[in-house]
Design a protein around this ligand. Sequence first.
Ligand code: ZN
Length: 437
Amino acid sequence: MKFKLYILFYLILFLVRRDHRKSKSHLDRVKYRRLKLLLRHLKSSPFYKHYASQNSLEAFPVMKKELFMQNFNDINTRGIKKADALKLALEAEEIRDFSKTLNGIIVGLSTGTSGNKGLFLVGEKERAKWVAAIIHRVIGIKIRPKKIAFFLRANSKLYESANSRLLQFNFFDLMNDHDSNFKRLITLNADILVAQPSALLKIALSFTESKKTPTFEKVISVAEVLNDTDRVYLEKVFKLTLSEVYQCTEGFLACSCKYGKLHFNEDYLIIEKEYIDKEHKRYFPVITDLYREIQPIIRYKLDDILVEGGVCKCGSRFEVIDRIEGRADDIIRLTDKLGKMTDIFPDYFSRAITIASDEITDYILSQTDKNLLEIYINNGSEMNQQKVKDNITELLSKFNIGPVEIHFTSKKATDQHGKLRRITNEYYKRVQDNRNR
Ligand SMILES: [Zn+2]
């Protein structure tokens, strides 16, 4: 009961405050007040208490996942040991039962791109706030009960906790066979479908092949980069504007508005930007969550390459993300004619491939060696391959890159966690892994 009251409390708070409509200075004042409360709370974190006494966010170190995990025991404010949390999370994955908690605190496990697992802790109040924010910003508030089909690699009490008379979450395990998942989805007749783009693509294909008509009122893309080609295809099959939620271990960060633009949840997040390409507005976000108290997220740097957006027509003042381009280790690194290492962002390659032909709706490009790019395209006719090759050669010449081999493959690969990443750098990952060994 207490949990549902918390949800109601946050929901009312969001509805009454309407922070997204207020001026920037108002937002800054709200955040500053909240930050002061958080700093007071951080005195229970052995890792952060020293920084908290300095009363300024700038005093805190920028946190990276490795450092965060190394200091897990000292960062959290409840004295939870990493070994205990990890044991609980791994057992849950093993037996696919995600209902257990550590004294009411949910432990979640995320797969890192470089194989390092992340562990997250979420308390009851934090969970309630998450549910309220999802209802307020993604699902919408309506009296009619809604069925939500949620495709996930691993369920979590976080999602189940949102179950109520008005919202029924149905978990679909991505580890299960796709055909049986699809059959169940049809029987369920859900109002809202939530899944990562690669799963949405499979579902869309099943709808097309079975000649069934999808009737979802909302389809929400989560967890992977959603590129324009996939968005167009999915919107055509589902006959709606796709909603997008940018969420990771570090919380519910942003969601799309009615114009399809992603807005950061700036009423409870402080976003700092570490620019990597200021001219083209690319940056890594460094986030501080003002409400996470059990496992504080302070100046936490994410590996995602974001592109700044401008002002949005919807009227929300919350920071706009034009697009999420990929992760830091998806950047293609090649040597230019002067021997200098040059970074080329994933987006350039996506564009070079997709503009080659309308027949190309599915593709993967991976740098597999120092000067080698391997490409998969769904319609690999000689003509399409040649066009793709020409576009990429032209792109590389703009960056003054030296000789690069381009190979086509008929094999479509996903990463080690089954996630679809259209542009990846396997070579660089290998080099880094060897270095870390
Ligand atoms: Zn907007």
